[in-house]
Design a protein around this ligand. Structure first.
Ligand SMILES: Cc1cc2nc3c(=O)[nH]c(=O)nc-3n(C[C@H](O)[C@H](O)[C@H](O)COP(=O)(O)OP(=O)(O)OC[C@H]3O[C@@H](n4cnc5c(N)ncnc54)[C@H](O)[C@@H]3O)c2cc1C
Ligand SMILES: Cc1cc2nc3c(=O)[nH]c(=O)nc-3n(C[C@H](O)[C@H](O)[C@H](O)COP(=O)(O)O)c2cc1C
Length: 582
């Protein structure tokens, strides 16, 4: 027998009370709890209420699957923006990190959007690798009739611009998907084109007459989150941690924030807004025949990327100047090779032609900030944040080159000066519960976040053990934060440390060799639930470390190479193998 929970005294007409009792009276406790939350949320959100006599009953929202492949969070953030826009357009979005993607979820999808970044040299973001390989592999399921759209994130400075977004887009079509929105490939200044694409894609994917469905976003956040705020920080320490006899320069930068530091957690980074080297800008303007244009000089120093040379730059140069040799390079498919290791200044010096300020500006893009891992914990340093920045210097094609941001920090920032930074949170590289063990592999500047981890564990008196693998060139000249590690070992916030100094012995020793040497203990820690963190160089170190760990599993546990690989994949799926590499 159904009860009648809505009393006759309720402020509704009699037939409405009957109607409500028919629904609420038979509802399960779960359904009633949902309804209570829904109605509370509807009021709290200020969402428009259903008209007293709707012309037609509200339809259930149509599902939309949104998959993001992200490393530093840009695609993930855009996926969230897309979900919001989708809800407003009568779609019911499900957000999936590609790290957690089960391909069978795609088969069931009717509509699919993928937002994918490219990393390494044309590779998927580290934690998306498994699902990406499955999608590209022979075992991928058919996706006949699924409507899809892909937004690709990348950087035109890389030869493999937006390679992963492009490949996913092709693959979805090859598996039978129907492209509802054309792919857009975004450069580092992706905000405006991505917002436009989201708008267009949602419209293309939304069911006809959409927008009538009331969707309440219970988790809605205020529009401007603190992560979009740019802080002006004072430099309170600027110290080269390498000795004067090292051929490297790695700056420990302590930043102080009047009015409170950004709310960072161990594992987060700061985006640092650099300025260009005035000497480089002067040379560029001279070569372009625009020396003396003070307005352009200031603009170039402060806000334009005047160093990057991409295929797009060469194409713009060829079309705006009509330069025959550059056209020929492009047409003969040699531009890509020519560009490698070169900068904008080489293009103009090698293929000179009359340029005005507008044409030169059109060859540049906005100057983007660079990310640096935070090397401190707020619980230990209060309203400060520490960074560890290695000056990038090299020679190519007969010219001495200097990385823009790292040399801005190393050469032009001084103690007492100021710099602009923005918080770049990374919840995928956070410390685990206090009682869990952590293994941290961080050669070179890769050690920065682990200084934050160790400080945090000391401040919170965490019970879990901590084991650090550090490496650099020489013990005497390149032992970054040596005293900090010694103190941490003494007070127990660091349980164990292994070091690899590659140039101290005739045979080069790297962190992966130390992992291999310590493999018995390493596997024992991992079997006991330890978390494994890798930070630093993505090109070789991160791959070598993963390979060393796989071999360690095979050797210690007597596994086949396939089973050992599976053991590492399991760590990744359990989110106990975490990377922040660059
Ligand atoms: C999440 C994250 C965290 C990071 N954390 C840190 C950190 O803690 N510390 C740190 O120092 N860096 C860190 N980085 C790297 C940092 O963001 C910058 O990429 C780095 O400082 C170089 O920036 P730059 O402006 O000095 O160089 P750019 O002007 O950007 O020049 C770098 C480019 O120069 C070219 N190049 C560099 N070396 C060579 C070479 N030998 N031969 C040919 N070409 C070369 C490459 O094209 C390279 O992309 C991090 C990056 C990310 C994404
Ligand atoms: C170390 C590193 C390697 C990168 N490699 C590429 C690349 O090969 N091709 C490309 O188009 N973009 C590349 N990018 C640019 C990223 O795709 C871009 O920053 C993107 O916005 C990151 O999105 P995410 O935050 O969702 O990971 C690279 C960026 C970094 C820091």
């Amino acid at each position: 027998m159904s009860m009648s929970p809505i009393p006759k005294t309720a402020p509704f007409a009699e037939e409405e009370i009957d109607l409500l009792n028919r629904v609420v009276g038979t509802a399960s406790p779960v359904q009633r709890a949902w309804l209570a939350g829904f109605l509370a949320g509807l009021d709290a959100s200020g969402a428009a209420l259903v008209p007293a006599h709707p012309a037609a009953p509200a339809r259930p929202a149509e599902p939309l699957t949104i998959v993001y492949a992200s490393e530093s969070g840009n695609s993930e953030k855009l996926a969230g923006d897309l979900a919001k826009a989708a809800r407003k357009n009568g779609l019911k979005p499900t957000l999936i990190d590609m790290a957690d993607l089960d391909l069978s979820a795609l088969v069931a999808a009717k509509r699919l959007v993928v937002i994918a970044a490219t990393w390494g040299e044309g590779e998927p973001p580290a934690r998306a690798t498994r699902a990406y390989n499955e999608l590209m592999g022979e075992g991928a399921p058919r996706l006949d009739g699924i409507e899809f759209g892909v937004l690709a994130l990348g950087d035109t400075a890389y030869a493999e611009f937006c390679a992963i977004g492009k490949k996913i887009d092709q693959r979805l079509a090859a598996l039978g998907g129907k492209r509802a929105a054309d792919r857009v490939d975004c450069d580092l200044d992706y905000a405006a084109p991505a917002a436009r694409w989201i708008d267009d894609a949602v419209k293309a994917l939304a069911p006809p007459n959409a927008g009538r469905v009331i969707e309440v976003d219970f988790g809605a956040k205020p529009a401007a989150t603190p992560s979009t705020y740019i802080f002006d920080a004072e430099i309170t320490e600027h110290i080269d941690l390498n000795s004067s006899r090292s051929d490297k320069e790695t700056i420990h930068l302590a930043l102080s924030f009047e009015g409170g530091a950004p709310a960072y957690e161990p594992g987060d980074s700061l985006d640092l807004y650099p300025e260009n080297d005035p000497a480089y800008v002067d040379e560029l303007l001279k070569i372009a025949g625009l020396a003396g244009d003070e307005k352009l000089r200031t603009e170039f120093i402060k806000s334009r990327d005047v160093a990057t040379l991409s295929l797009k730059t060469a194409e713009t140069y060829a079309s705006s100047t009509g330069h025959q040799y550059v056209k020929a390079l492009l047409e003969q498919g040699q531009a890509r090779e020519w560009i490698a290791g070169r900068q904008l200044i080489d293009l103009i010096a090698t293929f000179p032609i009359a340029l005005d300020a507008e044409k030169l500006r059109a060859l540049t893009r906005p100057l983007a900030p660079r990310a640096y891992s935070i090397a401190s914990s707020r619980r230990e340093v209060g309203d400060e944040a520490h960074l560890l920045i290695s000056a990038v210097r090299y020679e190519s094609h007969g010219r001495a080159r200097r990385g823009v941001a790292s040399n801005y920090v190393a050469e032009r920032l001084k103690r007492g000066g100021h710099v602009r930074v923005k918080l770049k949170p990374n919840k995928h590289f956070a410390l685990p519960a206090a009682d869990k063990d952590v293994i941290m592999v961080g050669p070179g500047t890769g050690v920065a976040p682990f200084r934050a981890f160790v400080q945090e564990r000391r401040a919170t008196e965490a019970k879990g053990r901590s084991w650090l693998f550090f490496g650099d060139r020489t013990f005497t000249h390149d032992f970054l934060y040596q005293l900090d590690w010694q103190d941490a070992l003494k007070d127990g916030s660091l349980t164990r440390m292994d070091v690899a100094f590659s140039r101290d012995t005739p045979e080069k020793v790297y962190v992966q060799h130390k992992l291999w040497e310590r493999r018995a203990d390493l596997i024992q820690w991992l079997e006991g639930g330890a978390y494994f963190y890798v930070c630093g160089d993505a090109k070789t170190m991160a791959k070598d470390v993963r390979a060393a760990l796989t071999r360690a599993y095979a050797d210690v546990k007597g596994l086949s190479p396939e089973a050992a690989e599976q053991a590492v994949v399991t760590l990744e799926r359990e989110k106990r193998y975490l990377q922040d590499t660059y």
